[in-house]
Design a protein around this ligand. Structure first.
Ligand code: MAN
Length: 535
């Protein structure tokens, strides 16, 4: 190991004379000369004083100042070799006059590659570096100026947005207050109408009680008529099928009716016929009326071309039972062609005619009861209307409060985006973003829209939460999570969806520009960043 005193001394503290007057403080306009070793920034110049010992910036050691930049690494943090590549962890500062000052790892010093535009990093390598700071500086200046102008325009729009957002908030609050007042009135009115309804319904209930018994009797009568009608129909059918009139239905009797040819082979086999006799050889009339006829009737109807209702209890379709049981099942007359006289005629022939239904609504109330019912109806309608009005108001208040509780940014600048939608298409999909509502995806070549997520919250990094939005609880991904979407916002003159990607399956990212994301632009500096950087 070399001792410091014997090692080859290559150190040469380069005194950089700031040719251009550097303003140490804006308040003191006097030009000062600052001397500092190679690779040290203006900000750190005061830590490198040639007349005194040098203490490593991490405080780990102190030694004579000549060890600084002697091409031997003495400090653990590399701070004694800012201008050489001796320390693996050192940093080299280039002034880059005319452009932006820059810090590069000191390992790049004299490595033959030009890193600094002022070529300061290659002072001994022989690399042919040219100072390009002036050109780069002016290109950067132009770019900065262009950005400044854009940002200024974007920011002007943002100020309008802030205005709109604040106005919207104010009018929402006013509307909310007005609605709340209306709500109180509507509640009072509904209570009044509810009381009136109860008052009107009580006499109605009493009056209708009297009729309830009548209604029940009417219902019973109706059921009785229907039952006897069913029995009479079944009885007629039995007599018609019982061709030998022996009071029993036999297999042979059913075999003469093609309606029972279930496998459509042109004949009714004994088994086919027995099926309708509950697999017996014969059936008595009583059994036929209760359980035989409901089984047989649909087959007869079908043979007659009458539509068979799906519910067994609806099987009151009209059928004709001809006198002559040997002929094929007749086709019934088409609906509407039969007059009343014909009905009577058919009844003689065995056609079953449905009775006119007796329902509670057919009950006639006396004039006094009728008036009571009408008054109660009127009170009910008035209550319903008051109730509807109150519920409409409550809904509007809820929507308003929901919108009011949304965070539209520190100054309401994002409020004008609520209610708008923006689209972006790639090869496969058209994506849509409706800020504060949802994001979706629609295949370009047909197919339905898929929701990628609904508005959840701001999702930027700590200290900059308004830089991104989160939309979640989208449509479940096949064999995967629910879809979700993150929207990265940046300043732009227009509200525009710039790109969409799906970095992980069913996790989407959008880039969106909006004037609402612009901040107040700072005038670009004159290209010499050291003054600004280091003040
Ligand atoms: C659809 C689209 C895609 C998604 C797959 C997942 O095709 O929503 O974006 O990756 O479903 O199965």
């Amino acid at each position: 190991m070399f001792h410091k005193e014997f090692r080859a001394v290559v150190f040469q503290n380069v005194l950089i004379l700031c040719a251009s007057a550097v303003l140490w403080k804006q308040t003191t306009a006097t030009a000062t000369q600052v001397t500092r070793p190679r690779g040290v920034s203006l900000a750190r110049a005061s830590l490198y004083i040639p007349d005194s010992d040098f203490t490593c910036l991490d405080g780990s050691a102190t030694f004579p100042f000549r060890y600084v930049n002697d091409d031997y690494c003495d400090c653990q943090d590399g701070s004694d070799e800012p201008g050489t590549s001796a320390c693996p962890n050192g940093s080299f500062y280039c002034r880059n006059l005319g452009h932006e000052a820059m810090v590069v790892p000191s390992s790049r010093v004299n490595d033959g590659i030009c890193d600094c535009c002022d070529a300061a990093d290659e002072y001994q390598s022989g690399a042919n570096c040219v100072n390009t700071c002036k050109e780069l500086g002016s290109a950067a200046q132009e770019e900065a100026q262009r950005r400044y102008e854009l940002e200024s325009q974007g920011y002007a729009i943002k100020l309008e947005y802030i205005n709109k957002g604040k106005q919207a908030k104010q009018s929402q609050q006013e509307r909310n207050m007005a609605l709340k007042a209306e709500q109180l009135e509507a509640e009072a009115l509904r209570s009044e109408k509810e009381r009136e309804k109860q008052e009107a319904e009580e006499p109605e209930r009493q009056a209708l009680d009297k009729y309830r018994q009548i209604e029940q009797e009417a219902m019973k009568e109706k059921e009785e008529i229907e039952r006897s009608q069913r029995e009479s129909e079944a009885s007629k059918a039995f007599d018609w099928l019982d061709s030998n009139q022996d009071g029993k239905l036999q297999v042979e009797e059913l075999q003469t009716h093609t309606a029972f040819d279930q496998n459509q082979d042109g004949t009714v086999s004994p088994d086919e016929a027995k099926f309708f006799l509950h697999n017996e050889e014969e059936m008595e009339k009583d059994e036929f009326v209760t359980t035989g006829w409901p089984l047989i009737k649909p087959f007869i109807m079908k043979a007659q071309g009458v539509e068979v209702p799906s519910q067994p209890e609806q099987q009151a379709g009209e059928i004709q039972l001809p006198e002559d049981h040997h002929q094929e099942e007749p086709i019934p007359e088409t609906e509407g062609e039969e007059g009343e006289e014909e009905d009577e005629e058919h009844e003689e022939e065995g056609e079953i005619v449905k009775p006119s239904p007796v329902t509670p609504s057919s009950i006639e109330y006396d004039a006094e009861t009728q008036a009571i019912i009408e008054a109660a109806n009127k009170a009910r309608n008035a209550y319903d209307e008051a109730d509807r009005r109150l519920r409409d108001l409550e809904r509007e208040i809820r929507q308003l409060e929901e919108s009011n509780s949304k965070d539209y940014g520190p100054n309401e600048e994002y409020q004008p985006l609520d209610g708008q939608c923006y689209e972006y298409s790639d090869r496969e999909y058209t994506y849509k973003l409706c800020p504060f509502d949802n994001g979706s995806q629609r295949p370009k070549h047909g197919g339905s829209e898929t929701r990628l997520g609904s508005w959840d919250s701001w999702d930027g990094p700590e200290g900059n939460k308004y830089a991104a939005m989160k939309y979640d609880k989208g449509v479940q991904c096949w064999n995967g999570p629910q879809r979700s979407l993150k929207v990265h916002l940046s300043c732009g003159m227009e509200n525009q969806l710039l790109s969409v990607s799906e970095p992980n399956r069913c996790e989407y990212e959008m880039k969106f520009t909006t004037p609402a994301a612009c901040s107040e632009p700072r005038k670009p500096n004159d290209g010499d960043s050291e003054v600004h950087d280091e003040l």
